[in-house]
Design a protein around this ligand. Structure first.
Ligand SMILES: [Ca+2]
Length: 179
């Protein structure tokens, strides 16, 4: 009787261990790490927020800045862009577990800074789509951004961004929700 109990106990223990191991393997295969490297620059200044927290900033368009972040579905990346004249733009590339670029799918807002504009809970349904001014390599920036190589990324801003004119929106707010 004791032997039988021991055998059953050993059987259950090993089965349980195997099930836990299998579960961990499946979990590891399908769970996303979220780890993504974001490289970005702005003409002339940008601040990048993840769920309201400042994670990256730059103040020289010809030098891109990068950071590794952990993204999850529903996260919001938000950028405040400032322009000081001539031409304005935001350029961004994300590679890793999530892959995306700056393009016309990003939402934009022009006007007075809104409370919580860069947070997850903020409703951006009334925001417009960004305007693309061309893929990385386009004039006037050409391929002069140090540390930047992604030719699928687009320079984006608002509709008011005519080269050399005074009619450039000096501040644009951007949002992208991670799916
Ligand atoms: Ca500028």
């Amino acid at each position: 009787m004791d032997n039988l109990k021991r055998i059953w106990k050993a059987f259950f223990t090993s089965t349980l261990v195997l099930m836990v191991m299998a579960g961990l393997m499946v979990g590891n295969t399908f769970a996303r790490s979220g780890l993504t490297t974001i490289i970005a620059t702005g003409d002339d200044v940008f601040e990048l927020y993840q769920n309201g927290k400042l994670v990256l900033k730059g103040n020289l368009w010809s030098t891109a800045k990068s950071i590794k972040v952990k993204l999850s579905p529903g996260d919001v990346l938000a950028v405040k862009g400032n322009d000081y004249g001539i031409k304005a733009g935001l350029l961004l590339s994300a590679k890793g577990d999530y892959n995306f670029v700056s393009d016309a799918s990003w939402k934009i807002y022009i006007g007075k800074e809104l409370p919580g504009w860069n947070t997850k809970g903020f409703k951006d349904v009334s925001w417009k789509n960004a305007v693309s001014y061309g893929f990385y390599g386009v004039e006037p920036w050409k391929k002069k951004v140090v540390n930047f190589t992604d030719e699928k990324a687009e320079w984006i801003w608002s509709m008011n961004n005519k080269t050399g004119s005074k009619d450039i929106d000096p501040v644009v707010y951007f949002r992208k929700t991670i799916k």
